[in-house]
Ligand binder design. Structure first.
Ligand code: IMP
Ligand code: MG
Length: 201
């Protein structure tokens, strides 16, 4: 299970540049750094020094992945799969694979990494696709878990943080490809996505 977010009285202020769009900071950069490091320890213990193939889903995992793998003291290779969900606004829509794996994972220990487990559709579809390649085993790792929104029967093996049902951005997570560069995980002001959805309807 992921770390629970404590309701800290000392709320980190949203930097002035982002105040119009980001309602509040849910996870600070310091909390992220600490948890990602301890997550790497958990993964190391599970892989027992065996070489792994890290399969990471584009593009939401970029910051998390960069931080996670620098703490993984294991032999590893790394590859990416491109998965896009063409939904409207904050709802997940149909999945389209935009980049296929290049490394052969047959007989290998795979660590599948994604940014957030929401309905579970992405993880379920990707796992089914990976299983066809006959890896020795697949373990799953997500930075964030939003259990309130689950529609598929799936849990991740390693979870950074369990979060409430908010639409979050930052630390790699986007809304319409924006806000990936924020160093924290923040809750987007609903007016941002409501206006964006109005524009396309
Ligand atoms: P799922 O397929 O519904 O589990 O959703 C997984 C994908 O939806 C993730 O890889 C994210 O790209 C996206 N997603 C789900 N919830 C959020 C969120 O709160 N913020 C940003 N992206 C999200
Ligand atoms: Mg996304």
């Amino acid at each position: 299970m992921g770390a629970q977010l404590k309701n800290s009285k000392l709320k980190a202020p949203v930097p002035p540049r982002w105040r119009q769009e980001v309602e509040r900071i849910l996870i600070t950069d310091a909390q992220l750094a600490r948890r990602v490091k301890s997550l790497a320890r958990e993964i190391e213990k599970d892989f027992l020094g065996r070489e792994m193939v890290v399969v990471s889903l584009l593009s939401g995992t970029v910051m998390f992945l960069a931080d996670l793998i620098r703490h993984l003291n294991l032999p590893m290779r790394m590859d990416f799969m491109g998965v896009s969900s063409y939904g409207l606004g904050t709802e997940s829509g149909d999945l389209v694979f935009t980049k296929e794996l290049r490394l052969d994972v047959k007989g290998r220990d795979v660590l599948l990494v994604d940014d957030i487990l929401d309905t579970g559709k992405t993880m379920t579809r990707v796992l089914a696709k990976l299983q066809l390649l006959e890896p020795r085993r697949i373990k799953t790792c997500v930075l964030l878990d939003k259990p309130a929104h689950r529609q598929f029967d799936i849990e991740a093996d390693f979870v950074g943080f369990e979060i409430p049902d908010f639409f979050v951005v930052g630390y790699g997570l986007d809304f319409a490809e924006r806000y990936r560069n924020l160093p924290f995980v923040g809750v987007l002001h609903p007016h941002v996505y409501k206006e964006a959805i109005k524009r396309v309807l």
